[in-house]
Write a protein that binds this ligand. Structure first.
Ligand code: COA
Length: 157
């Protein structure tokens, strides 16, 4: 549930620099400013969860021909573990449903148990593994591919 002074807004180009710094603190493998700018220019949904001008978390979704992809999602380091990730993920799912996608796909690092638990808890299922997909601290790390059937999720409410 989003609290009354929390809103979800499309990220503005002028917010990218601050977001990159914030994500660099929140995650080990942050996106670059160029990646955000490319997504904004391409018209992707870059949803920022905002409370009184402070960005609490962010998610990037692209949607085409009935399929949506969650490309990135993070919550501010100091606010993790308080339900904001779940709130953001619900907003992502609602957005994907609005685009009339029938499935929502994502890739997540094999070792990211926290994110995998969150995704599984809302109905995502593992559909495959991409070997050595991500750069790691040492060597490379596999990605788990996950999918959420939105038609089924909608039927189950
Ligand atoms: C993954 C992330 C977005 C989750 O956001 P969050 O606000 O911390 O998560 P929430 O408080 O909403 O918790 C949601 C669920 O995540 C899981 N979770 C949260 N903390 C966890 C932990 N320490 N260990 C395992 N699972 C955990 C649980 O399933 C939890 O649900 P529950 O509290 O009902 O049991 C956030 O931790 C984050 O930004 N991590 C760094 C970036 C990242 O890994 N992004 C995902 C890339 S695919």
């Amino acid at each position: 549930m989003m609290c009354s002074d929390t809103v979800l807004r499309q990220l503005l180009p002028e917010q990218v620099a601050a977001v990159v710094i914030q994500e660099g603190i929140a995650t080990q493998y942050p996106w670059t400013a160029g990646m955000y700018k490319d997504c904004l220019e391409a018209g992707y949904w870059v949803g920022a969860l905002i409370e009184r001008d402070t960005i609490l978390g962010l998610a990037v979704v692209t949607s085409a021909v009935g399929e949506a992809h969650l490309l990135n999602m993070w919550v501010d380091l100091h606010r993790q573990g308080r339900g904001l990730g779940r709130t953001l993920l619900r907003a992502v799912i609602a957005h994907a449903e609005d685009t009339e996608a029938s499935s929502l796909f994502l890739e997540v690092r094999l070792g990211n148990g926290r994110a995998r638990n969150l995704y599984e808890s809302v109905g995502f299922r593992e559909i495959g593994l991409r070997k050595d997909y991500y750069p790691g601290v040492v060597g490379r790390e596999d990605a788990v591919c996950m999918a959420l059937n939105l038609k089924q999720a909608m039927r189950q409410g």
